[in-house]
Design a protein around this ligand. Structure first.
Ligand code: HEC
Ligand code: HEC
Ligand code: HEC
Ligand code: HEC
Ligand code: HEC
Length: 372
């Protein structure tokens, strides 16, 4: 079997080289089908995947902006994983994280310097979790239990830069250290299984994984969280608000993923007419710093700064004092922001909007719970 090594699985302790891996000999370029070919038989899976972040891995506006800013081709092994394996004129060269990249993975080494997987593209085999599927004229089947293991995702979801000084993607290590490590793999939460035809016209199977990666309803970010909270009148006539936010549903710290993702806990005192009288907020995120000690995007960072994210099953308690004696009620909002405003500004972009995950209201003296 011809195997193409990407990202370099050797020398696991050294930082990645400043360029992409050397291209293979032209003679070893593979010809691979694009995702749309797979849709002929795997239509449902294709629809789910097409709406996922993986499908946009090479084209997402934020990725394009950061890649241009970074002037850095080390992004390719994870965002365009076929770039090193096919002819540069082949459409698959610039493809994101598609069917063929993921289903050609033959083995994974969970390694900090970056992409740690090998692709087998020469034997027309689609590897996956099924071990009783019969070979088909279009492709052979490759029974691979690895596909149900968390280690599979570590192929791309584990990344440090700066010789290990700058943690970038650490979900895999956080999961390993979490109470979920013996219970639930990444796939159990991100690819919930259900009864479906794997290929059109084939008998339905009981455990077909959803390829949207944020669950069937796409609302995984809201389902990560729970909050208990109370509002009391303070001694100074203001309002004391106590909020306990729990990471109830994520197998890693929240917010996970790209450094600069933000979870915002906001409280707002509202008058009888609904007008805001006072407000306050706390922001949870991982901050990375450049050589001046200023917040920086990961590719310009030289060290880790504060990390206020919430660990799996942990609870964070916050106290707010609102100077709003006449307030009729208090509104609590949990919001998600794609990128911290200073990092958007550094890219010349407007601040990313804060999307509402959960919200509730209480009168002074009351206590309550927020759940998805
Ligand atoms: C990010 C990697 C990734 C991408 C992209 C991806 N898959 Fe998968 N696929 C997996 C994993 C992991 C499983 C095993 C899920 C499980 O454990 O249930 C899987 C399972 C499957 C299965 C077996 C049935 C099942 O769900 O268990 C088929 C068929 C399949 N994928 C086809 C596709 C097609 C077609 C595409 C593109 C439209 C695609 N996959 C894109 C990772 C991926
Ligand atoms: C002409 C139909 C057809 C096309 C096109 C097709 N497949 Fe399949 N595929 C099947 C059938 C049939 C199965 C087995 C279904 C079953 O046993 O339930 C299957 C199973 C699979 C599996 C599971 C393998 C395992 O051992 O777990 C994967 C992964 C897969 N296909 C990926 C792909 C990808 C990626 C593409 C596009 C490059 C693709 N398929 C295109 C028909 C097709
Ligand atoms: C070949 C590399 C690769 C593999 C393998 C891979 N991912 Fe990803 N994943 C990515 C990239 C790149 C992105 C970011 C895409 C973008 O630009 O938005 C991503 C994004 C995601 C997201 C963010 C979804 C969203 O809507 O914001 C989740 C969740 C995710 N991956 C889960 C997984 C899980 C679970 C596995 C293992 C079953 C896995 N990935 C395997 C490369 C990979
Ligand atoms: C117990 C369920 C669970 C497990 C296990 C789990 N996740 Fe998650 N994951 C979540 C939830 C809930 C969210 C949404 C909260 C957030 O954004 O952090 C999430 C978010 C993500 C995101 C998106 C971060 C973002 O907002 O851009 C990525 C990427 C991700 N997970 C990867 C992984 C990987 C890789 C693994 C395995 C090593 C894994 N997850 C294991 C539940 C889980
Ligand atoms: C080791 C694999 C790997 C490398 C190398 C890598 N990324 Fe990523 N990238 C990921 C994964 C995994 C995610 C998903 C995390 C998430 O969604 O929060 C991601 C997500 C992103 C996102 C968020 C996309 C979105 O739509 O919100 C941006 C932006 C990004 N990467 C930029 C880059 C740039 C720029 C480089 C090169 C300097 C790079 N990445 C190198 C694996 C990688």
């Amino acid at each position: 079997m011809a195997v193409v090594a990407l990202g370099g699985c050797k020398g696991a302790s050294s930082a990645p080289p400043p360029g992409p891996p050397p291209p293979p000999d032209a003679a070893s370029y593979a010809t691979v089908p694009l995702a749309i070919r797979c849709a002929e038989c795997h239509g449902e899976i294709h629809t789910e995947w097409a709406a996922s972040a993986h499908a946009r891995a090479a084209t997402a506006p934020l990725y394009r902006a950061m890649q241009a800013d970074a002037h850095d081709r080390t992004c390719e092994p994870c965002h365009t994983p076929l770039a090193g394996a096919v002819d540069p004129t082949d459409a698959a060269h610039a493809d994101g994280v598609g069917c063929q990249a993921c289903h050609a993975i033959v083995d994974v080494e969970a390694r900090r310097p970056g992409a740690g997987f090998r692709l087998g593209l020469a034997d027309n085999t689609q590897r996956g979790p099924l071990c009783d599927a019969k070979d088909h004229y279009f492709h052979k089947m490759g029974c691979a239990p690895l596909y149900a293991e968390a280690r599979y995702c570590a192929a791309c979801h584990l990344y440090y830069r700066g010789g290990g000084a700058v943690p970038v993607f650490t979900e895999y290590e956080e999961w390993q250290a979490s109470p979920y490590a013996d219970e639930l793999a990444c796939q159990d939460c991100h690819m919930p299984r259900g009864v479906a035809e794997v290929a059109v016209g084939w008998p339905a199977r009981p455990n077909v994984g959803h390829h949207g990666f944020l669950g069937r309803d796409g609302r995984l970010r809201a389902r990560a969280l729970e909050a208990r909270w109370s509002v009391r009148r303070g001694a100074d006539g203001g309002l004391d608000v106590e909020v306990a936010v729990k990471n109830a549903g994520a197998g890693h710290l929240v917010p996970g993923g790209l450094p600069g993702r933000q979870l915002v806990v906001r409280v707002r005192a509202l008058g009888k007419d609904g007008a805001e009288m006072a407000a306050d907020e706390r922001v949870y995120q991982r901050v990375l710093l450049d050589e001046h000690g200023d917040p920086a995007p990961f590719y310009r960072a030289v060290k880790a700064g504060p990390d206020m994210r919430i660990a799996p099953k942990a609870t964070r308690v916050e106290h707010f004092s609102l100077a709003a004696a006449g307030a009729a009620r208090v509104r609590l909002e949990l919001l998600y922001r794609e990128l911290a405003p200073p990092l958007s500004a550094a890219l010349g972009q407007p601040p990313a909007p804060a999307a509402l995950l959960l919200a509730g209201e209480l009168a002074p003296g009351a206590s309550g719970e927020l759940k998805p």
